[in-house]
Structure formats: structure tokens, C-alpha cells
Design a binder for this molecule. Structure first.
Ligand SMILES: [Zn+2]
Length: 165
């Protein structure tokens, strides 16, 4: 085991003292699933007026609909009450504003070694990628047409969502 987590574990003990989420099931009570970016400026529950227990959240760099995201959505739709899916990339996303070569160079500089072998799912055209991602969800054979799927861009400067597709 490594040191270096004490502050977080202390915070966790304080959290557990007033823990009120015990006995929750794993269902998405608001019937919502969100695929969004790992960006720390995004608070996926609060931005939708939701609370713990309400939604399934799947995050990755860029908020892309990957195979793993589709796996989560299929489980969400069939076993966890998901009826609406929001795909939510955001403004000023590093994955959509840098090229693959730029990201590899920046990581390589930080790592002080070659990073040219590392894959990064960079986005050249965020709107086109979003439309493609929404299409992937809508056309998935295990996601029924009754599930509503929308593509939105979250503005990290205003907190607003803008529906694109
Ligand atoms: Zn991002």
C-alpha cells in the first residue's frame, strides 16, 4: 500500500459519518444516463438538477461513445431503468482542441520519454463526432427506439447545455 491518501481517507470518514445513501439500489431513478468528459469542470448530476441515485454516468476523455460506453448504456437501458441518454462533450475540451501529435508531445514532455505510441482519441470536428456518437447509440441493436438519445455541448463558462442533435 502507498501513503499519500490520508487527506482523502480522512475526508471519507467525515463523509461516512453523515452518509445517507445506504440501502440505495443501483437503478437510475430519474431514468437518465449521461456520457460525458472526465473534465473536472463538469458536474454531471448537478448540471441536470439530479442527485445521487438518479443517473448512470459514464466518463472518458472527450465524452465519447466508445465500446465501453455502449456496454454501459446497454446495461443501463435493460437492467437499470435508463430511458433517456445524453451524450455531452464540452467547450474548450483538450481532446477537441489539440491534435494527436500535440497531445503526444505534451505527454512525452511531462513523462520525459517517448509517448508517440500512446493512443489518444482526439476529436477533429466536435459536432461531427457528436452526431456520429449519437448515431452509434440510436442504431445499437440492443438499444430500443423508445429510448431518447440526445447530443448536447456543455459550455464550461456558462454551465449551459446546448442541444446539437
Ligand atoms: Zn474534455
Amino acid at each position: 500500500m502507498t501513503d499519500g491518501f490520508e487527506d482523502l481517507l480522512a475526508a471519507n470518514r467525515a463523509y461516512a459519518e453523515s452518509f445517507d445513501l445506504a440501502g440505495f439500489d443501483g437503478i437510475a431513478h430519474a431514468g437518465v444516463a449521461v456520457v460525458t468528459c472526465m473534465d473536472s469542470r463538469i458536474d454531471p448530476l448537478r448540471m441536470l438538477g439530479l442527485a445521487p441515485g438518479d443517473a448512470k454516468i459514464f466518463r472518458n476523455p472527450g465524452g465519447r461513445v466508445t465500446e465501453a460506453a455502449l456496454e454501459a448504456l446497454v446495461l443501463g437501458v435493460h437492467l437499470l431503468n435508463v430511458r433517456r441518454v445524453l451524450v455531452v462533450p464540452h467547450t474548450r475540451c483538450a481532446m477537441a482542441s489539440a491534435t494527436l501529435d500535440e497531445l503526444r508531445a505534451r505527454v512525452g514532455e511531462s513523462a520525459e520519454q517517448d509517448a508517440s505510441w500512446q493512443s489518444f482519441a482526439v476529436v477533429e470536428d466536435q459536432d461531427a463526432a457528436l452526431a456520429d456518437d449519437v448515431r452509434k447509440v440510436r442504431s445499437h441493436p440492443l438499444i430500443p427506439a423508445t429510448v431518447q438519445v440526445g447530443g448536447f455541448v456543455y459550455d464550461v463558462d456558462t454551465g449551459l447545455l446546448d442541444q446539437h442533435c
